[in-house]
Design a protein around this ligand. Structure first.
Ligand code: L34
Length: 286
């Protein structure tokens, strides 16, 4: 039976780290880090995530601002708002919650955020730094996945890691971070032939595809670490991951639950990234 990788408990540890750092930063530099979150429209899932982000920011003692724009907002107005925040010296970090309404070009929005305030690490400048192996802002979900794996105490070096999913936001950066830690990395996806044969090779299995219950116990190598990045909503409004928890927890050594796994860690790492953005903007802070 697998041990539970408790993202909720670990996120509390991370948020406490941030909370102490906020105190120190304020004492040293006379102001607190400030995170600005923009939400467009009324997607109920996004509203929950954004609310959790603002709550976490309040817990850590940092400043936060929530900007709520109607789904009818024009791309031009949104880009104008971002430009305003880019040049506002009291704002350290900017996050535009995705997805955006169809009439707004997400790429344009991502490119519009000043790289030093890009707390998501989605701007091409930050993406290229990540892939060059330079210091950068690591996207929150991938950073949370790594922290969860590290909390097992298992050494990643030399292990086979299979990442199922190849999104720019999760799959690709997680694969790069695992490679940086000397894992042998395989990226599987919707066109992978015999997915089970591939995932059964994994000492570390990361599922990030958005297909409820895709990963079944028979696809898991005995003793594997299983990280479930999926957050799918069933028709009755229940949350479920990409991993079939019941069958996979019989095979894995460690497994993340949904909810209470990667989700809370995404938010905790957002707090860490906000500190990073603050430091990169304050002369002498790093
Ligand atoms: N710009 N957009 C931007 N940055 C991000 O990092 C995100 N992401 C993803 C969606 N859009 C984004 C998030 O914040 C996914 N995501 C996210 C954040 C928090 C949680 C889930 C996804 C979360 O708090 N999950 C809880 C359950 C919440 C619930 O009840 O719905 C959990 O325990 O998994």
């Amino acid at each position: 039976m697998a041990k539970i990788l408790d993202g909720k408990a670990l996120s509390a540890v991370v948020k406490d780290e941030v909370r102490s750092e906020v105190v120190e930063l304020e004492a040293k530099y006379g102001r607190k880090p400030c995170l600005c979150v923009i939400i467009v429209g009324e997607n109920p899932a996004s509203q929950v995530y954004v609310r959790n982000k603002v709550k976490a920011a309040a817990y850590t003692g940092m400043e936060s601002r929530l900007i709520e724009l109607p789904s009818s907002v024009s791309e031009e107005t949104l880009l104008g708002k971002i430009a305003e925040l880019n040049s506002d010296p009291s704002v350290d970090a900017i996050l535009v919650q995705l997805p955006l309404p169809k009439h707004i070009d997400e790429e344009k929005v991502i490119y519009a955020v000043a790289p030093e305030k890009d707390v998501d690490g989605f701007h091409p400048s930050n993406v290229s730094l990540l892939w060059l192996g330079k210091e950068c802002i690591v996207p929150c979900t991938p950073a949370g996945v790594m922290r969860l794996i590290d909390s097992t105490g298992v050494d990643i070096c030399g292990k086979t890691a299979v990442v199922v999913g190849r999104s720019n936001i999760v799959g690709k950066p997680v694969a790069k971070l695992l490679l940086d830690r000397n894992a042998t990395v395989v990226i599987a996806h919707s066109r992978t032939a015999d997915l089970g044969a591939v995932t059964r090779q994994a000492d570390i299995l990361v599922a990030a595809v958005g297909k409820p219950g895709l990963i079944k116990g028979e696809m898991v190598r005995p003793g594997a670490i299983v990280i479930d990045v999926g957050i799918n909503r069933t028709e009755d409004g229940k949350l479920c991951g990409d991993v079939d928890f019941a069958s996979c927890s019989e095979k894995a050594s460690w497994i993340t639950p949904v909810p209470g796994g990667v989700g809370p860690m995404t938010i905790a790492m957002l707090m860490k990234n906000t500190i990073r953005c603050f430091k990169s903007r304050v002369p002498g802070a790093r």
